[in-house]
Design a binder for this molecule. Sequence first.
Ligand SMILES: NC(=O)CC[C@H](N)C(=O)O
Length: 316
Amino acid sequence: MCAAVTGDLQAIIEDIHRTLKPRLGEGKVADYIPELAKVDPEKFGIAVIDLEGNVFKAGDCDEAFSIQSVSKVFTLTLALGKHGETTWNRVGREPSGSAFNSIVQLEHENGKPRNPFINAGAIVVSDLVMAGHTPREAIGEIVRFVQYLADDATIGIDPAVARSEAATGHRNEALAHFMKSFGKLTHPVDHVLGVYFHQCALAMNCVQLARAGLFLAGNGRNPLTGHTVVSSQRARRINALMLTCGHYDGSGDFAYHVGLPGKSGVGGGILAVAPGRASVAVWSPGLNRNGNSLIGSLALEMLAAKTGWSVFGGPG
Ligand SMILES: NC(=O)CC[C@H](N)C(=O)O
């Protein structure tokens, strides 16, 4: 990273926070999971961690939130570790161009989801992570993996969110049963969804989330712990999937405006990766029409513009 950016980064983060604060409350908090509807729409946190381990943060960056679909990056990493490239026999690698919970493509494509970041694909990935495990063991493995990535044993699941999602998860049940009817899930639907709902209910703050994503900025190696999590080739490929599929039918827009691999969740969190430079987590619960954090996306757009971190080229 160039020295000028390092020195200015805290000022940049604070400026972004100050500039966007008056707009908090724009967007719509997800309410189809009742527990998420209770979250204060004015929350806004940013954390950036560079490869030297410097932390730059602003706002509500130490408050835990429901990471929801951001968890799909971590479960994909786990599934690739267990199953390698055969993972792609079960789930595709193409952008869907449809909503995160869409069912329409599944019938045309015989129950094989387009990519691991839409709900259907992530449910298949949960099925893959379960191999040889009970649901409880698989959930434990996911939590331990995220704790290991973030080097923080305090990270856990919010059971109220997991219960709330299970109680209202008819759309995900429909997706899972539909895929099961095509023989695309190995385990019983209720077991797979139990794992999926719990992974989505992981509660993390922006600093923890940025730390957990740091290996993707570091060619597969977390520079803070010295652990090689994945090969550089795999890190590059996960980043490619985040860039092309991480924001559902808003992925093209996110690439256009931000230009960084990113993964959003309906809790209002986004993990973004600036390869070779830093890992960034933002949180603001108001969502845009694609179900991605509205203010969080704007914050990342400003950050990319001010740092020149877009993977597509320099500042401006
Ligand atoms: N986009 C999201 O974050 C969706 C995750 C949410 N748990 C769901 O399955 O509906």
